[in-house]
Design a binder for this molecule. Structure first.
Ligand SMILES: Cc1cc2nc3c(=O)[nH]c(=O)nc-3n(C[C@H](O)[C@H](O)[C@H](O)COP(=O)(O)OP(=O)(O)OC[C@H]3O[C@@H](n4cnc5c(N)ncnc54)[C@H](O)[C@@H]3O)c2cc1C
Length: 618
């Protein structure tokens, strides 16, 4: 290890990941912490990193309070309904009451917003969405972060969190490596804000072979957001609440703008509206939740999945009507050219012109994330003015490890944040982190050299494994002494697909399958000790896989724990097919013991804060 250079850096606030939440955190940290040293570390380059790298066509979370369009309470009710009752309402409310100010800053910073010509307001696409010309969205928010940080480090993947050695259960920074130079980086920090996005590619994707890498959520979202805190014993919540999306087939193009703005609709292979066919059957599974408006996302997936299982596929999006209007046709194409270019390319390559042919839809493989119609992630403290005792331990968005904060996809319980809400949550976490540092006063964080050197040994081990094992290569890339990242990834995806409810089983699993899945994941973990990396890029792939594998274990433990099918259409527990409000109207929590690697599970109470407040007032 002698030839690998070590670079030390001390700071007050370390932001891990410079996506939407990370740029928001970096920006806000400077606002409240004028004299603090703030560093943001990003695996890619913050100008084009994260889920918004290609741009977006809509900001999906904007209240419009200045025009009386929606109030934060409305958003809490909306998210609660969509997640079949289970969200952290304190976190959702807190995000919603601040999100408009974030969007107004984006507007000031030059993000091209579309406006309603008659009213002058932002152009609405749906109740919560406003339309943007968002190809430049990410560089714009990146600029705010660059102007705020003392330093932005691009191309550094954070692999582990450091712990303070002077106080139990307190974070002390993070370590990682630069995937271009190979340098080892140690960041000793008083607070760490993890904003490392969600997790794709843990379940086998629909697109394989030459389509590998085509996923709906960003393929570079590798679950670091979860693995980093899990590894140091932070509690996680709702990790079973993985999301499945209805998307345009093969290119995973989002359908939201099509439904909401172009007013397109779906029908089955025979040209029928199939959703109502499944009403009675769904009602038997989930009761009155099927009568809620809007119909929860998972239940719409459920009708889709059942229809295809019953032989009614393929399901089409009817675009041929809307696309006869030249304006809507342009919007339909621009929607993808500014957000998911791959979908436009797939249509072109398959000779699909949506003006003349209705494109196929499909349901995606599951993803783990905390900012969409799903809320997996870290268990964090809420704000002091809203949160009940069980949800509050001193600092907003702080995890159960002192000094460790989260935002965006990292944070569990607060669904429907999307890009603007994730940026907002980054701001909230950063404000609280500054307060934490102020309260620390002169107290120091202690991270000794041994802890850093031990991690160095661990991080670069895949390079050593390869160096030795390559002498035994038998066929092209196969060596008996190591497993390559791509081989390990495909094994992980197969385990998750077959045992934890992926596309291969129509999202179905049960206790026996999950227990077997956990055993196979344990064996995978053993083999990952022998992962080989031929260069620094593959070293990143190796660590991405390790983070994906730990995230997957946590998802599987949670799925085993919740003995009901709360979200049909996201996954099914075949041995508990019904929603069970009597026993499971609660949140699930896990903790992985950092010493043994064993998970323990518990239930946490669910509070309907918004309507309780209303009841108190009346
Ligand atoms: C196809 C698609 C369409 C979407 N459509 C919309 C939409 O129309 N409107 C809307 O508002 N939202 C939309 N979203 C959702 C929105 O993009 C996310 O909610 C938001 O980006 C989440 O923010 P985040 O900061 O948590 O994650 P990200 O923005 O993904 O940022 C995570 C960052 O962490 C970095 N990172 C990861 N691991 C590490 C590590 N170990 N070390 C260092 N850095 C790391 C990543 O490179 C990335 O830059 C869409 C997302 C996708 C993928």
């Amino acid at each position: 290890m002698a030839k690998i250079k070590t670079v030390y850096e001390d700071c007050d606030i370390l932001v891990v990941g410079g996506g939407m939440a990370g740029t928001g955190a970096t920006f806000e940290a400077r606002y409240w912490g004028r004299d603090l040293k703030i560093i943001c570390v990003e695996k890619a380059n913050i100008d084009r990193s994260g889920a918004v790298a290609q741009g977006l066509y809509a900001i999906n979370c904007y209240m419009g309070m200045q025009w009386g369009e929606n109030q934060p309470e409305d958003h809490v009710r909306y998210a609660r309904n969509d997640l079949m009752g289970l969200v952290r309402e304190d976190l959702g409310y807190d995000m919603a009451r601040h999100v408009d100010s974030t969007v107004h800053m984006f507007d000031e910073w030059g993000l091209p917003m579309m406006r309603n010509e008659k009213t002058g307001r932002y152009l609405r696409e749906g109740k919560w969405q406003i339309m943007i010309h968002g190809e430049s969205y990410k560089p714009i928010v990146a600029e705010a972060a660059k102007k705020s940080a003392d330093k932005i480090y691009n191309r550094i993947m954070i692999t582990h969190l450091l712990m303070d050695e002077s106080k139990e259960n307190r974070v002390g920074g993070a370590v990682g490596f630069n995937m271009r130079t190979g340098d080892y980086h140690v960041f000793r920090a008083k607070t760490v804000i993890v904003a490392a996005g969600g997790a794709s590619h843990i379940f086998k994707p629909r697109a394989v072979g030459e389509g590998m890498g085509r996923t709906w959520y960003a393929p570079w979202s590798n679950g670091s957001a979860y693995a980093l805190p899990i590894a140091v014993g932070a509690k996680m919540t709702q990790m079973e609440n993985r999301i499945v999306l209805t998307r345009f087939k093969d290119g995973y193009g989002p359908v939201g703008a099509y439904f909401l703005h172009l007013k397109t609709y779906t029908r089955n292979g025979k040209g029928e509206n199939y959703e109502k066919k499944w009403y009675e059957q769904t009602k038997k599974l989930v009761g009155e939740y099927i009568d809620h408006h809007p119909v929860p996302t998972c239940l719409r997936n459920h009708a889709f999945i059942e229809e295809v299982k019953a032989g009614g596929g393929p399901i089409h999006m009817v675009t041929t009507e809307a696309f006869q209007d030249p304006h809507l046709e342009v919007i339909g194409w621009e929607n993808f050219l500014g957000m998911t270019i791959g979908q436009a390319v797939v249509w072109a390559s398959q000779n699909i012109d949506p003006k003349y042919e209705d494109p196929e839809l499909t349901t995606s493989e599951p993803y783990v994330m905390g900012s969409h119609a799903t809320c997996s992630g870290a268990w964090v403290s809420g704000p002091e003015d809203l949160s009940p005792n069980e949800y509050f331990w001193g600092y907003n968005r702080m995890m159960t490890v002192d000094g460790l904060f989260g935002a965006g996809d990292t944070v569990g319980g607060s669904a429907h944040k999307f890009s603007s809400g994730s940026f907002t949550e980054g701001r909230l976490a950063a404000k609280a982190a500054v307060k934490y540092i102020q309260d620390l006063g002169d107290e120091k964080i202690e991270v000794n050299k041994k802890q850093c050197e031990d991690f160095k040994e661990i991080i670069y081990k895949p390079l050593e494994n390869y160096k030795v094992g390559r002498n035994e290569i038998t066929g092209g890339t196969v060596s008996p002494s190591y497993i390559l990242p791509i081989q390990g990834l495909q094994r992980l995806q197969q385990i998750m697909d077959e045992y934890v409810g992926g596309i291969g089983t129509n999202y179905m699993t049960n206790e026996n399958l999950l227990k077997r899945g956990l055993k196979l994941l344990d064996m995978l973990q053993e083999d990952l000790e022998h992962i080989g990396a031929e260069d620094y890029h593959q070293l990143m792939r190796a660590w991405e896989l390790k983070h994906r594998a730990l995230t997957s274990q946590c998802v599987t433990e949670h799925t085993l724990f919740r003995k009901e099918t709360r979200w049909p259409g996201y996954y099914y527990r075949g041995d508990h097919m019904k929603l069970d409000d009597e026993n499971w109207h609660c949140l699930t929590l896990s903790r992985c013991d950092p010493k043994t690697g064993k998970f323990t599970m518990e239930k946490a109470p669910l509070y309907h804060i918004v309507d309780e407040k209303k009841k108190e007032a009346s």
